[in-house]
Design a protein around this ligand. Structure first.
Ligand code: CO
Ligand code: CO
Length: 329
């Protein structure tokens, strides 16, 4: 669902009682809710399920799992338990396909050290798959989207473009090397990015998913009371992303994201149109956007590259301006 529609629905909810144990609630549009259950232990919880983004069922299962675990990693947590959510056309669908999707998903959970507790399935016209995930986090080491500080640099840990490439795949115009690159990035856990950000004591983080880079950056800017300046030339894209979007390949979600962030973005002249669009492309299993002091960026990037994750500095945190996002060339 687009950010504007979601806001419309959520603004009508009755206020629930605020518990002192609720450390991160829905108000700041953070990645997962966090609830303290003991002095040194809080639970982070999230749920995410998606429609297929690639044709290979095992790959899709792995991607759906990496995507569902990501919100726990974005809070600096360690995912521990999961429940599967399966929507499947059991009358028309091939059960072996569903079995492969689950195999891919559970193998990814195992890679992450997560225990599968069970799950629920319903019959549905279209396949959907994902997990509700519980993670553990130390109450004083939670990384929210609300504490980006003045002068912090912003590091992005995966290239953008999965929504555009998945749309191209559905239209049969995606080159095979781009499909491979996209599948690899979406299947990659944000675990390394998360553990390294906790190690260097990052100030704030979020994962880049359905609202696109600018949508999630906007949530961080708003929650932190700052403006985020993105250097568009530095932003990494998957192969073929900009050519595809230039030729008109874009999802409906991209258009919704574009209109949702528009009032809050000031664009520098000379930011090319394809990059403007690709920066609001909805991502599946996107990377982390991490805000940390400039003095710790080198240490963070080194920890990432040692474990084969490429982090890129894509912007900085500046004083809050009239608009919460600035996109520079
Ligand atoms: Co998230
Ligand atoms: Co999510």
């Amino acid at each position: 669902m687009g950010p504007e529609d979601l806001n419309h629905i959520l603004s009508a909810l009755p206020k629930t009682r605020r518990s002192p144990k609720l450390l991160v609630g829905p108000e700041t549009w953070d990645d997962a809710g966090v609830y303290r259950i003991a002095k040194n232990l809080a639970l982070a919880q999230t749920v995410d399920f998606i429609t297929p983004v690639v044709d290979n069922p095992r790959h899709f299962g792995a991607i759906a799992a990496a995507n569902a675990l990501s919100d726990i990693y974005a809070m600096g947590g360690k995912p521990t338990l999961a429940l599967s959510i399966v929507c499947y056309p059991s009358d028309t669908g091939d059960l072996d396909v569903m079995r492969e999707i689950l195999r891919g998903g559970v193998a990814k959970l195992r890679e992450a050290g997560v225990v599968l507790l069970g799950g629920h399935s319903v019959r549905d016209r279209e396949i959907k798959f994902g997990f509700a995930v519980t993670g553990e986090v130390h109450p004083r080491r939670i990384v929210t989207n609300a504490r980006a500080r003045l002068g912090d640099l912003l590091v992005l840990t995966k290239p953008l473009g999965t929504g555009i490439l998945a749309t191209a795949l559905k239209r049969g115009v995606l080159p095979v090397p781009a499909l491979r690159a996209m599948t690899r990035e979406m299947s990659t856990l944000n675990r390394v990015a998360s553990e390294a950000m906790v190690a260097v004591q990052a100030n704030a983080a979020t994962d880049v998913t359905g609202f696109g880079l600018l949508g999630h950056a906007l949530n961080m800017a708003r929650a932190s009371g700052k403006t985020l300046r993105i250097w568009s030339n530095a932003v990494p894209f998957l192969p073929n992303t900009l050519e595809l979007v230039r030729s008109g390949v874009a999802s409906a979600g991209l258009t919704a994201n574009q209109s949702a962030v528009a009032p809050q973005v000031s664009w520098a002249d000379g930011v090319p149109e394809p990059a403007r669009l690709a920066m609001v492309d909805p991502q599946t299993s996107g990377g982390l956007l991490v805000a940390l002091p400039a003095s710790r960026v080198k240490a963070y990037l080194t920890l990432l590259s040692r474990r084969r994750i490429r982090g890129v500095v894509v912007g900085e945190v500046v004083r809050q301006a009239r608009r919460l996002l600035e996109v520079a060339v």
